[in-house]
Design a protein around this ligand. Sequence first.
Ligand SMILES: [Ca+2]
Length: 503
Amino acid sequence: MKTPTLIRVFLVVGMILLGGPTGRGGGVVTDCTEASLRAAVTDGGTIIFACNGTITLSGMITITNDSILDASGHQITLSGNGSRVLYVSGSGKLTLANLTISNGSGDNGGGIYNEGSVTAVNCILTHNSVVGQAGSDASFESAGGSGGSAAGGAVWNSGLLWARGCTFTGNSALGGSGGAGASGDWWQMCNTPGYPGGVGGDGAGGAIFNCGTAYFVNCTLASNMGTGGAGGAGGFGYFYSPDFPPPADGPDGAPGLSVGGIYNAAGQCFLTNCTVAFNSGTGILVSGGADLINTLLVENSPGGNGSGGLTDLGHNLSSDATCMFTHAGSMNNICLLLGPLADNGGPTPTVALLPGCQAIDAGDTTAAPPTDQRGVERPIGIAADIGAYEFNKSTNSGISPVVTECTEVGLRAAMSGGGRVTFACDGTIILSNTVGITTNTLLDASSHKITLQGSGVRLFQVSQDVAFSLANLMITGTGIQNAGGFVNATEVLSKPRLVGEYY
Ligand SMILES: [Ca+2]
């Protein structure tokens, strides 16, 4: 995949702003082995690649100097293989371009742990994971130990982080479970209560943990997972005699927080034209500061899209009410029509806006970067779109097909090209055969009464990597076992969304 010119300009400018490499070191990694890579980064400088492939590490690489890893024109993955991939010390400056960081793990910062400065351009961080330690069970007169937090599946940042055109997906943070509380005190010769269970550790950012300064521009954070550790069980009360009030069991510990996208614990993060979608856990949790502009938050749950006070700089969109956006151009509780995370062109996977999505042309054009995440120039249409993807009517059909006749033939004809399909009739449509969904489709029966009924058949079969949404219609009477309404080929990437009134 090519590096768009503007991104290259950014890279060069970024290198200058950051002081640039020292001029020493540098080199070419010719054979995609760990040994070659380690040799190349020893002296820092600009390192390029003349090979393609996955470099599987036996341990993390520590950056204490000024290094640029530029995989432009090549397919390079750095795999942590069970340990953290990269550690950047306080004196380190690392620029990553056009490469993938995957399969790193630890208890924080599975992909990258940054105390210095990291600039990532057109990178993919995927399948990095962090797991917190379990709290110890109490044995005597005490509460259970707290579970350890797991912070930043992909990145833990206390320094300066610049991410531009990057996709974070499939990363995870699992907090440690709390330990069990001790039982009541048997030697006191009375009934005594049990001790509390330990609190669970936080899943503190499936993708990102930030306590420094972090900038995200044209980035997509999708389908990452944060899971708080379970609270420990309270200890049993100790029963000595019926002459005393019955002993209470200790309370169970509270579970840890579950944050799927970004946990901004302190410091400050800034998001411009980013898409934060489909993460498991809260999308962005803020206890420091987070400034958002032109940013899209969709279907992050449980926990909602935002928590803790996001600063709304305008033209942000949330599919739920949790962000409480109030600035001009921002919207809450909007049903957003998005495709799954997919290769939509450009160097990294993105989440496409579908025809009819209210993020289209709703951004602040002056605040938007001159291209979207893929490198497509913006704005297309009357204004920049909200999020990391700019919708192009000419590459989507732009035609909004309408079901004019409520029959199987009429429905199939209207649905054949995908997109947002609406209705100009009311009634029950009985399908005699399953309709295959092979392109992103929204079936929207708003302001009509439509019932879809299967005549002993499944109604829809959704292909892999295809988004299928249904709005304001009834599905009934398919008459077969297992997934009568529809079958979804990919669990994460193309879950159908049932919105509005459905049955
Ligand atoms: Ca636009």
